[in-house]
Design a binder for this molecule. Structure first.
Ligand code: NAD
Length: 330
């Protein structure tokens, strides 16, 4: 039987990959976003341009579907989410409140909300060798300003819709996701893409700027693992929030070294302490993920960074931005 599903945020990075994955699994997919995917056409059977801050558009988007993957959000890397608290919190509150209510009004059976590791308390993330974050660590709450507080509130709203209306909600807390076809410039890009861009544009021996002292730590999940995990969670019976990430911790300096090795370039770092660096350390505790799904993301960082770097480099080359150093004439 073909299930009709809606993927919102289908013009964005994870949504675009998720649409491809679900189409490959035999679902009939409607993609909705305020914009088309940037780098290649959507694989969705239907793709509609709608501003999901408006309730009437959410009702249109969710018509006739059995399941909703709610990935639409105003979001970006650390520079973006620390600069626009009101705008991000307002836009995402409108999208999530209206999408949940539209799903309920249409009798949708399952609704997946894309939350974030940014909901975790800042007081648990003050050292680079941070203890991996467990789902229950979310409270007492001290989320990332703006973006994180909105995600935490919507997690609660999902719980209320589950409890009061019987809507089967699924809540996934992504830890940084990276891979090809993600934003790599313009201010919304995240560390793996930004570093790949800087190194692709650099010559052997050049210096690149790194935000903070580079000793801040993170874990990063390859997008193929991410979409598989999303689908597995949707099919599970687990209504409580669940981490989805890897526990392979790396410093930002370590990330630069990895990308430089993939690029085959010697790269020096200039640390800019004036730029935002987010929490000092963040890692995912995957015990519950393994217990609930019997599975966890498995792509090693080096393996996922290689195609990511190559894709960004090819984009920059295609747009004429990579200039080969002049070869000295004899
Ligand atoms: P993205 O920015 O690439 O995709 C989000 C999409 O939502 C964009 O295409 C955007 O146009 C769309 N959108 C924004 N406002 C909209 C509106 N008013 N109406 C319709 N569409 C709108 O981000 P992503 O990395 O694909 O993230 C997907 C989801 O996962 C988001 O909810 C994000 O908060 C969450 N998340 C992502 C990460 C990550 O590392 N990428 C980490 C934690 C959480």
């Amino acid at each position: 039987m073909v299930t009709d599903v809606l993927v919102t945020g289908a013009g964005g990075f994870i949504g675009h990959h998720l649409v491809k994955y679900l189409v490959g699994k035999g679902y009939r997919v409607r993609g909705v976003d305020i914009k088309h995917p940037e780098f290649e056409p959507s694989a969705a059977h239907e793709f509609e341009l709608l501003d999901l801050r408006r309730f009437d558009n959410c009702l249109l988007a969710a018509r006739g579907v059995a399941e909703v993957y709610q990935l639409a959000a105003d979001m970006g890397g650390i520079g973006y989410i620390t600069a626009f608290h009101a705008r991000i919190a307002r836009n995402n509150t409108m999208i999530n409140v209206h999408m949940l209510e539209a799903a309920r009004a249409h009798g949708v059976s399952r609704f997946l909300f894309s939350s974030s590791a940014c909901i975790y308390p800042q007081y648990r993330q003050r050292t680079p060798d941070v203890t991996p974050l467990k789902e229950e660590d979310a409270y007492p709450a001290d989320a990332e300003e703006g973006y994180g507080w909105e995600k935490l509130f919507t997690e609660k709203l999902c719980h209320y819709y589950h409890h009061d209306y019987g809507l089967e909600t699924r809540v996934v807390r992504f830890h940084n996701v990276y891979g090809p076809l993600g934003t790599y410039e313009g201010g919304k890009e995240k560390a793996p893409a930004a570093i790949s861009r800087k190194i692709a544009l650099a010559h052997d021996g050049d210096e690149i700027e790194v935000w903070g002292d580079g000793e801040q730590t993170r874990s990063f999940m390859y997008v193929d693992d991410c979409v598989e995990g999303i689908h597995r969670l949707m099919r599970s019976n687990h209504a409580d929030p669940l981490n989805l990430g890897t526990d392979e911790l790396v410093t930002v300096n370590g990330l630069v070294d990895l990308v430089a090795r993939i690029a085959g370039k010697r790269i020096r770092m200039r640390h800019n302490h004036a730029m935002p660096q987010g929490v000092r350390g963040r890692n995912s505790d995957n015990a519950k993920l393994r217990e609930v799904l019997g599975w966890e993301p498995s792509t090693p960082l080096r393996e996922g960074l290689a195609p990511t770097y190559r894709w960004i480099e090819s984009e920059l080359r295609a747009s004429g931005r990579i200039v080969e150093p002049a070869v000295a004439a004899d």
